[in-house]
Design a protein around this ligand. Structure first.
Ligand code: ZN
Length: 217
């Protein structure tokens, strides 16, 4: 696929609802098959609501003020591996207070956006780094305030035993909704995954888009 084709996919995906991306994340969960189908929509809706509600913590504060007040540091690492490795980390938080961002992938995504006029909208409201930081900040808040996403969500049986478990993808769904709400983005921040990885793992980025677009048609 040409870069133009990829850009078109991103634009099409930017117009889709948060639920589309949320269901994609849920389907990636190791425990996905343990979640009854008729409970999925409610779990997703509650996770999105949790992210949106947590965004109110930031309403009067800038992102950097909040980080300073909470004593959270942000550091950058370079991607040292060669292309097409199995897993990349764009950003992560080590609780209680250390956020790390992958500068190589950030710069790569920014470069793609700079080269593609049609992708400018992605950075209109906030720099990519801030959106990724906001996502990680939700993980800080869910842990500090024991939000919905840290609860046990689903009960299932193994033999005669009953087990209740936390569904971790709900945290990702909420963190994504949180970042979207904080900056009032018109698109899902999950779109930064394919954009930032495009030059490193084009096959991943294209198939990510295709899997999501399949649900649209
Ligand atoms: Zn996350």
């Amino acid at each position: 696929m040409s870069t133009e084709g990829f850009v078109k996919q991103i634009i099409q995906l930017s117009q889709q609802s948060e639920e589309l991306f949320a269901h994609y994340l849920l389907a990636q969960d190791n425990l996905y098959r343990k979640i009854p189908e008729n409970e999925q929509a409610a779990l997703v809706a509650k996770a999105i609501a949790s992210g949106q509600a947590a965004a109110r913590h930031l309403q009067s504060l800038s992102l950097s003020d909040f980080l300073a007040e909470a004593g959270i540091s942000v550091t950058y690492v370079e991607e040292t591996s060669s292309k097409t490795k199995v897993a990349y980390t764009l950003a992560e938080i080590r609780l209680p207070n250390r956020i790390t961002l992958n500068r190589t992938l950030l710069n790569s995504g920014q470069q793609l956006i700079d080269q593609q006029e049609a992708l400018q909208f992605l950075v209109e409201r906030a720099p990519i780094a801030d959106v990724l930081i906001a996502h990680e900040l939700y993980h800080y808040l869910e842990n500090r305030d024991q939000l919905y996403t840290t609860e046990k969500h689903v009960q299932y049986k193994i033999g005669p035993f009953s087990k209740t478990v936390r569904i971790h993808s709900l945290s990702e769904i909420a963190a994504t909704a949180f970042a979207k709400e904080v900056f009032d983005l018109s698109f899902s921040p999950l779109l930064f995954n394919p954009v930032l990885l495009y030059k490193f793992d084009t096959a991943f980025s294209e198939s990510f888009n295709e899997q999501l677009l399949k649900q649209v048609e």
